[in-house]
Write a protein that binds this ligand. Sequence first.
Ligand SMILES: Nc1ncnc2c1ncn2[C@@H]1O[C@H](COP(=O)(O)OP(=O)(O)OP(=O)(O)O)[C@@H](O)[C@H]1O
Ligand SMILES: [Mg+2]
Length: 369
Amino acid sequence: MEHVKVPGACGTFLQAAAARPPGCRFLLRLHDRNIMPDTHQIGGITLHLSSADTTAGEWIGQTDVLRQLLACWLVVDDRDLPLTPRIVGTPGTGKTTLAVSGARCREQDLYIYQCTADTRPEDLLITPVLAENGRIAYHASPLVTAMIRGGVCVLDEGNRMSEKSWASLAPLLDHRRYVESIVAGITIPAHRDFRCAVTMNDDESTFEIPDYILSRLQPTLTPGHPSRDDEMAILQYHLPFADEQILELTVDFLQQSHSLNLDFSTRDGINLLRFALKRLAQQSDHPVSRDRAWREALEKCLGEDALDLESLAERRRRSLGGSAVPMGLGDFFFRPDDPLHPDLDDGAREDEEDFYEEEEDDFDEEDSF
Ligand SMILES: Nc1ncnc2c1ncn2[C@@H]1O[C@H](COP(=O)(O)OP(=O)(O)OP(=O)(O)O)[C@@H](O)[C@H]1O
Ligand SMILES: [Mg+2]
């Protein structure tokens, strides 16, 4: 069985993370890597390799989802293969951070490929570049570099990429574990230690990934919104210079937003806090109140709607209700809020009845004048 940090050890890693300067553990590894050759010969072609990513990725809280990711990348027998999971969720919920942190837990080099609608198959694999001497130099993408060096590649925002580009990865993502570069005319097998994960946003500006690719990207991991304590720890980690009260204000806001199913994320909290702290620092000669700076930051970062989450949630609920598709026979004969609607839930029916009773009372009162 492969020797890899077991999930329990990774938990220790997470606790120890706060005690050491961000990224110091990785600098050692990356220093080792610096003495690694930056070219690789294959099929008579010299490939120029990409550099590894050095950002620190500390995953705080939600240890289950990190363990699930690490399990995907385990190999439990010589005949076993690692899985390539897709990490799915709304923007700013930590999908990329989770994947980066998984790579750090395994102490492997990390390569991130940012997928876009313009990504062509050759961009994903090998790009020919005109060198100074007029010859063609072949540059390996972060993905191919990870395959050669035995690193981890995160295909970030994978569903921004078209089907054509995904097609070139089909053999890599199944038992074949290789890619074929048409431009360089070579087949590149993946190193045994190569691991991959794909992050995806569930917004509308993305492509539909074909089923034959989705079936190679399993399982689906979904980091959710963090608990109150975890969210506080995340904000403290990113903004250790922020005072307790302004952190509390932000965590209260984020937790209320999560409970109302609104899309404001931890990243939104980090950004608004940064702006509020900068505004407070800027006006040290005539100090503005903390609350005023925080509310201003909230409005400027997240818009006026964010000032009143309850109303925003109510408006969302109404607009979603308005666009709902009729599902049952009753929908053809009754309005959704009609008390005679057979599918109206009891709570709504009671509300409706209370409303009519109140209206009747009002009429009675009016009648009595
Ligand atoms: N559990 C967590 N631990 C540490 N940091 C976190 C966590 N969750 C979110 N963050 C922080 O929140 C910010 C947003 O995270 P990240 O960029 O990973 O989100 P994302 O889901 O990949 O967003 P997008 O869909 O826009 O790419 C980052 O600064 C990240 O460090
Ligand atoms: Mg991301």
